[in-house]
Design a protein around this ligand. Structure first.
Ligand SMILES: Nc1ncnc2c1ncn2[C@@H]1O[C@H](COP(=O)(O)OP(=O)(O)OP(=O)(O)O)[C@@H](O)[C@H]1O
Ligand SMILES: C[C@@](O)(CCO)CC(=O)[O-]
Ligand SMILES: [Mg+2]
Length: 388
């Protein structure tokens, strides 16, 4: 049996980091995806191993069934659809499997993704021989939710091949999950995100699973219906960073300055709530024009960026993007964990294409990469008709 899943990346419009500390954040899915193909071996394959292919990295890994059985003696297909907790024994077993892989030093950051893969796979399908291949349109470790889309796509493909989820095996092309099935995919993906992020809020896996635009606070998600379209330029500074380390850094700062940071997180909460109201206000009860709304959003983005800077997650390259876009009177903020990675710039409806081209040319001359993406599309989807 072969199945394919794809899960989108995301942008955070406001509230990253503060959301880990209980503030509201607003995020939207984007039309860049991580794809996973899962194929269980048949007897004629003569394959007694679990194979993982990370196609973009040119890395292939393989574990024999006997090795997996030895290290995860408890692993059988789960009796309950709910994910188990990540035990100390599992952590040790995964660590020893990762150590044996000899991942090249330049690609060592992949280890946390491989750990999440091993845990999700063995927790859902035990030692069943299979080949699992990944490709992604998302730059890895750049703030666009590559880790969450990796975990959501994988959880979706794995669960689609269990009795916990019933889907139409005969339907051609991509199909969505029902709400209750999505809840399950999201729960498992969150456990995978914990292995990669340490202490995730859950916003990234939620927006990747459900798609569209969500506001998120303390683990609770509200699906939003935006009544205005937003066009964002995304600039990748190409400076690699690690969300786990950045989240830990903000927590350490919070321990050092609890009172001051509480004010910072409260301010972010107010910014996200105001942003959510603007995005959802309907034309019929609007006193504000689109341009006035965009100006308010720009101001909120600038304020959020200032607060992110005070959390210690900006970066010299992010500041360069801010200065460059400000020359054209455009507002920007980092998105995701910061410390490098991607920056968002609002492109107002009335902005001329000529100005957009000039900004992009100037940003690219600094060595950055610019692109636009569609915001607020579908969440995770599954395809049983892989050959089409
Ligand atoms: N396609 C992939 N294949 C293997 N591992 C992946 C893949 N995508 C993401 N990962 C894992 O996720 C890590 C990047 O996650 P990280 O949370 O640091 O960045 P991000 O998710 O891109 O950004 P943010 O969390 O700020 O949105 C990688 O180092 C790798 O371990
Ligand atoms: C930095 C953070 O707030 C968002 C990363 O995209 C971490 C999280 O919420 O898990
Ligand atoms: Mg991440």
């Amino acid at each position: 049996m072969e199945v394919q899943a794809r899960a989108p990346g995301k942008i955070i419009l406001s509230g990253e980091h503060a959301v880990v500390h209980g503030s509201t954040a607003v995020a939207a899915s984007i039309n860049l995806y991580t794809y996973v193909t899962l194929r269980f071996s048949t007897p004629s394959d003569n394959q007694d191993s679990l194979k993982l292919e990370l196609k973009d990295e040119g890395l292939d890994f393989s574990w024999s069934t006997s090795k997996l059985k030895e290290l995860f003696p408890e692993s059988t297909e789960p009796q309950s659809p709910k994910p188990p907790s990540f035990s100390v024994e599992s952590a040790k077993s995964i660590e020893s499997l990762i150590e044996g892989l000899n991942i090249p030093e330049a690609k060592i950051s992949i280890a946390s993704g491989v750990s999440a893969f091993l845990w999700l796979y063995t927790s859902i399908h035990g030692f069943k021989p299979a080949t699992v291949s990944f490709t992604s349109e998302l730059p890895m470790g750049s703030g666009l939710g590559s880790s969450a889309s990796f975990c959501v796509a994988l959880a979706a493909a794995l669960l689609a091949c269990t009795d916990f989820v019933s889907l139409d095996l005969k339907q051609q092309g991509w199909q969505s999950f029902q709400e209750r099935q999505l809840d399950l995919v999201n729960k498992w993906a969150f456990e995978g995100e914990k292995i990669i992020h340490g202490k995730p809020s859950g916003i990234d896996n939620s927006v990747s699973a459900y798609g569209n635009i969500i506001s998120f606070k303390s683990g609770n998600m509200t699906h939003m219906k935006a009544n205005m379209s937003l066009k964002m330029l995304i600039t990748n500074t190409k400076v690699g960073r690690n969300t786990k380390a950045l989240v830990a850094g903000v927590s350490e700062r919070t321990l050092r300055h609890p009172e001051a940071m509480a004010f910072v997180f409260n301010a972010v909460d107010s910014i996200s709530k105001e942003l959510a109201l603007i995005l959802q206000s309907r034309a019929s009860d609007d006193v504000l024009s689109v341009t006035e709304k965009e100006e308010k959003i720009e101001e909120l983005m600038e304020m959020n960026q200032g607060l992110l800077q005070s959390m210690g997650v900006s970066h010299v390259t992010i500041e360069t993007v801010l200065r460059t876009t400000l020359k054209y009177k455009l507002a920007s903020k980092l998105t995701g964990a910061g410390g490098g990675g991607c920056v968002l710039t609002l492109l107002p409806t009335l902005l001329s294409g000529f100005v957009v081209q000039k900004v992009i040319a100037e940003l690219e001359s600094c060595g950055f990469q610019c692109f636009t993406a569609e915001i607020g599309g579908k969440g995770v989807e599954i395809n049983f008709d892989v050959s089409s």
